[in-house]
Each structure stands twice: as C-alpha cells, then as structure tokens.
Design a protein around this ligand. Structure first.
Ligand SMILES: *[C@@H]1O[C@H](CO)[C@@H](O)[C@H](O)[C@H]1NC(C)=O
Ligand SMILES: *[C@@H]1O[C@H](CO)[C@@H](O)[C@H](O)[C@H]1NC(C)=O
Ligand SMILES: *[C@@H]1O[C@H](CO)[C@@H](O)[C@H](O)[C@H]1NC(C)=O
Ligand SMILES: *[C@@H]1O[C@H](CO)[C@@H](O)[C@H](O)[C@H]1NC(C)=O
Ligand SMILES: *[C@@H]1O[C@H](CO)[C@@H](O)[C@H](O)[C@H]1NC(C)=O
Ligand SMILES: *[C@@H]1O[C@H](CO)[C@@H](O)[C@H](O)[C@H]1NC(C)=O
Length: 518
C-alpha cells in the first residue's frame, strides 16, 4: 500500500514536471512600433504606412497568440521601459528614468522576470539586447541568468550613416549583429532541448534583437518590400502643444548624414521630404528584416518539437515617430511613442480557435511579468505595497491571462506612462494616461533623489487629445471649454494613479468614472 502511494506520488511529480513546466521563449525588438499586418485596423499606428507591411512571421505568431492591440510602455525609452517590464514595476519605483542608472543601485534589489524563472529551477539564457546593455544593467544583470550572456559584433554600424542597405552576399561572411543573435538563439535551443523535452529542466530563453533601432542597417533585399513610401500627413506639431512635450530628436540628428542637413530639431520644423521618405523606407525594411530573424528562431522551435510546450512572448520596447508631427525617435509621451507591440502565445490556450485572440483592452508592459508567471504556472506575485524599495518580489501590473477567455472585459481603465524632460533649465516629469477615449498628460516639475516626487501645482503644460475624433493627436484640447469637465475627471484620475485605475480593486466610484471617461 505504502509502495503504491509512493508510486502515485512519483507519477504525479513526473506528470507535473512534464506537463506543468512550460518553457519560455522571450523575444524582444528595439524601437519597433506596432506596425505589423496583424495590427492593421483601428489601432494601427499610422494611416499612410505602406500596404502591406511585410511581417509574415510575427503575423503568424499573432495568429496563435493573445495579441494586445493596445499595450502601452511605462516610459518611451529603452532602459526605463525594459527595466520596468523586467522588474514588473514602474519608473517611479525603479527610479530608472534615463539610460545610465541601474535599478539595483537606485531602486532596489528587485527579483527580475528571468531571475524568478531561474529561482523556479529554469535554465535562463539571455542574448542580445534584453536589459539595456552596459552599466545601465550592471552588464546585463548577471544574477538573472544561469548561462553566460551572448552579445555579438556590430558589423557595418557607425555614426556615419543613419541607414544603410548592405548587399546580402556580404553578410554571408560578415553577418549583422542580429543575424548572429538569431544564430546563437538557434544553437541555444539545441542545447536546452533535451532537458526540456525530458521534463528534467525547462528553459527561459531571452532573445533581444537590436533592430529596427538606428542606424537602420539591414540586408539590401528587404528594400524590395517597400517600393512606395509616403510622407506622413501631419508633419506639424499638435495645435496648442506645450513646448515641454517636444523632443528635438538629437538621437537621429547625431548621425553624420543627418547632421549635414543642419536640421534644428525645433517645433514645426522637420527633415527634408526626400530624407523623410528614405528614413521611413529604411525603418520598414529593418523592421521586416527583424521579422525574418524572429521567423528563423520560431521555425527552429518547431523543428525541435518544442513549440507545443513553449510559451512565446514578443514585445518591442516602445513605439517610434517617423516624421509624424515632424517628430522623430521615441522620447515623448505621444501615442506613437508609448504604444508598442506585445503578444503572447500560450500553447493550448491562445491557439484553440485556430486564429489567436485579439484584444483592444488597455494593457501595460508591467503586465507581462505576472502574465508569464501565471502562464507558466509559477507561484503568483503579490501586488507591491506603495513603497516597495525593500520588497524583492512583487508586481505593479496585472496578469492578462483573463483576457484569453474574456477579450472584451477591461482589466484597467487607463494605461500610464511618463517621460522626464528638462525645459528652461528646470526638471519636469510628463505623466500621461491613455483611457479608452483620451490621452491626458500633465507636466509637473519633478524632484529627483532622494524624494522622487512631482509638484502637481507647478505645471509646464497640460495636454488632452480626443482619440474619438483625433486619433493622430493633432489638436490639444486641454483649454477647450467643452472639455472642462472631462479634463477635471481626467486630472483626478491621473493623480490617483494606476492603483485606482486597476479593475482588480473594488472601488465604489469606478462605475461612475468608467461612464464619464469612456
Ligand atoms: C540582492 O539579492 C540577491 C538575491 O536575489 C542576493 O544574492 C544579493 O546579495 C542581493 N544584493 C544586495 C546588494 O543586497
Ligand atoms: C566614417 O567616416 C569617417 C570619415 O568620414 C571614416 O574615416 C570612417 O572610416 C567611417 N567609418 C565607417 C565605419 O564607415
Ligand atoms: C505648429 O503648427 C501648427 C499647425 O500649423 C500650429 O497650429 C501650431 O501653433 C504650431 N506650433 C508652434 C509652437 O509654433
Ligand atoms: C508535442 O509535440 C510532440 C512532437 O510533435 C508530440 O510528440 C507531443 O505529443 C506533443 N505534446 C502535446 C502536449 O501536444
Ligand atoms: C521607502 O522605504 C525606504 C526603506 O524602508 C526608505 O528609505 C524610503 O525613504 C522610502 N521612500 C519613500 C518615498 O517613502
Ligand atoms: C482611490 O479610490 C479610493 C476608493 O474610491 C479612494 O478612497 C481614494 O481616495 C482614491 N485615491 C487614491 C489616491 O487612492
């Protein structure tokens, strides 16, 4: 009898090991706005983009995933956005607002997403750009990984050219960095496969691609997908935009070929039309090239028989502006900068209907950590207390798994982002919030260490965009009398913040807010 019981227990253990322990393939792209065919429709980022976009691999992944059509980053800049997603906490908790500080130095000794999988017995392997490289992550946060980190070499990239199409045959001998990363991902999958298939040790493999980030360097053949590119239809700053909202896109103007054009980066100026067209085409080509590399890695996952037991997530670290509003790069609080792609394939759950699940509910990048934890069946994370600097493991987002069964049920009433700005020698923090209908932003002055607090009585600007009638955010309606009540509601909601906008708290006045704000 005792023996039988032992046998049953052992069997249960093996079954839970074999079936319960799903692997994770964690794919990341840099500066990729959600301009994939899978996103075409009301939430596609720009009306004049080429038709069609050539993104067959991400579209295929989307067709078996939960596709978050309205996912927002917590800050539209690489290191703050990645740090936030990977710690599951917002910039006001990580204290990473710029590229440079490392969250373990300035925020707290937080358990990261890969580290949590490592603590749960996973082999965790990282490569390319997952955390922001260098001192911003203490060199890729070594504590997160069980295996050595892989970087690859940046061939053909320099400050000389903002974009370059490299003849495909040159790359056979000297591959681009993302080609090396894709190759390393394939080799890594071969290494971790046996232990994963036998149930001995699942894996968490994180693959971070550098494109379509500047410089837009890609194999020349990808230009062929974009024979015709158009100028944006709104090459001017939003009417009534406060100056503090503007970024003069130094990141792009620093490239020598752009520097020669003597663009000021000022409000209501932009690059010459010909340059805009070339840059847009190069960006799309680099995006499609990244899609092709993701396709190679996913194909190998299939070939190795791992696809049906591996959760695949994909996200781009923030959006991007390609001359819309005359603006370039990402460092703003506009929709184009904060809206980014995110999708999650959970085998047997998101692919049951054969076409995936699309949801346009508002979601945030801090939600991915708790979502993957639930999808993999690990112990759920507790919600962070208001001050979590000493709490190693907690979340400031919400698992999105309920959206698989109920894609039309909201999980939160607003998505929150922020962006720091120096303006007239003073420091401000732009806090922005996307509700179903509006984008609402305030720019309070901000004091950094040790208080890290906004002064809401000292504003450099307020913005209110009505997406029902102005999806491109071309008119700031904050001062319009017709919006006075709406603005007051949005102001209250912004200051109350993400905790109050979450629908996982019971709040008596929520029904009222959702009626008025929607
Ligand atoms: C941070 O936490 C890890 C465990 O997750 C521990 O090994 C390390 O010593 C801690 N570092 C500091 C500076 O407390
Ligand atoms: C960039 O341009 C400089 C001078 O114009 C040249 O010396 C250098 O070799 C170029 N670098 C690359 C990587 O092409
Ligand atoms: C920018 O151009 C728009 C549209 O012409 C205009 O309404 C707005 O006032 C201009 N902004 C500034 C700061 O000049
Ligand atoms: C996964 O795929 C493999 C090989 O294709 C197959 O043997 C196995 O039964 C599948 N597992 C599940 C849970 O579908
Ligand atoms: C949060 O807690 C830490 C340690 O308990 C403390 O040093 C810090 O001042 C607190 N921060 C705030 C904003 O209260
Ligand atoms: C959030 O909502 C609760 C309940 O409606 C309310 O008591 C509280 O004042 C609100 N604001 C904040 C900042 O928590």
């Amino acid at each position: 009898m005792k023996l039988v019981l032992q046998y049953v227990l052992l069997l249960c253990f093996f079954i839970s090991q074999c079936l319960g322990r799903r692997n994770v393939l964690f794919l990341v792209a840099d500066d990729m706005r959600p301009e994939l065919e899978a996103y075409r429709g009301k939430n596609f980022p720009a009306p004049v983009s080429p038709k069609p976009m050539h993104t067959p691999n991400l579209d295929k992944l989307a067709s078996r995933s939960l596709l978050l059509e309205r996912a927002y980053v917590q800050e539209a800049l690489c290191s703050p956005s990645r740090t936030s997603l990977l710690t599951g906490r917002r910039p006001d908790t990580t204290h990473v607002y710029q590229i440079g500080p490392y969250f373990r130095d300035v925020g707290g000794n937080f358990t990261t997403l890969p580290e949590y999988f490592k603590l749960n017995g996973y082999t965790t392997v990282g490569m390319g750009k997952v955390f922001h490289p260098g001192k911003a992550s203490g060199n890729d946060d070594p504590i997160s990984w069980t295996e050595p980190y892989f970087h690859g070499d940046f061939n053909f990239e320099s400050k000389n050219k903002s974009w370059e199409a490299i003849p495909d045959d040159w790359l056979l001998h000297t591959p681009l960095v993302d080609q090396q990363i894709a190759q390393h991902a394939i080799e890594t999958l071969h290494k971790v496969k046996d232990a994963a298939l036998s149930g001995e040790k699942p894996f968490f493999v994180a693959v971070g691609f550098h494109k379509p980030h500047l410089p837009f360097v890609f194999p020349k053949s990808f230009l062929n997908y974009y024979p015709e590119v158009q100028l944006p239809d709104n090459p001017y700053a939003p009417v009534n935009m406060p100056e503090v909202a503007w970024y003069s896109y130094g990141g792009l103007r620093g490239y020598h070929d752009i520097h020669h054009l003597h663009a000021s980066g000022g409000i209501n100026t932009t690059l010459p039309g010909g340059t805009v067209l070339l840059l847009r085409r190069a960006y799309y080509s680099a995006l499609s090239y990244t899609d092709s590399l993701i396709g190679k890695v996913l194909k190998e996952l299939d070939i190795l028989g791992l696809s049906n037991n591996t959760i695949v997530s994909f996200w781009g670290d923030h959006g991007y502006q390609l001359g819309e509003h005359g603006e370039w790069c990402k460092q703003t609080n506009f929709e184009l900068a904060t809206h980014a792609p995110m999708m999650i394939h959970v085998p047997g759950k998101t692919d049951k209907n054969g076409k995936g699940i699309k949801t346009d509910q508002l979601t945030e990048f801090v939600d991915l950590f708790p979502t993957l934890v639930e999808a993999a069946g690990l112990r759920p994370l507790p919600l962070c207390p208001v001050n979590s600097s000493k709490v190693e493991l907690c979340r400031e987002g919400t698992s999105l798994m309920p959206l698989i069964d109920k894609p039309n049920s909201p999980v939160k009433l607003a998505a929150f982002s922020q962006y720091p700005r120096k303006h007239n020698e003073k420091k401000y923090m732009g806090y922005t919030m996307r509700t179903d209908r509006y984008r609402y932003t305030e720019w309070p002055s901000f004091e950094y260490a040790p208080v890290y607090a906004p002064d809401w009585d000292n504003l450099a600007g307020v913005e209110l965009y009505d997406h029902y009638i102005d999806p491109e955010e071309n008119v700031n309606r904050a001062q319009f009398t017709a919006y006075r009540e709406t603005r007051a509601e949005l102001h209250k909601m912004l200051l109350e913040g993400w905790r109050n906008a979450s629908l996982f708290y019971s709040k008596p006045d929520m029904a009222r807010i959702s009626v008025n704000i929607n």
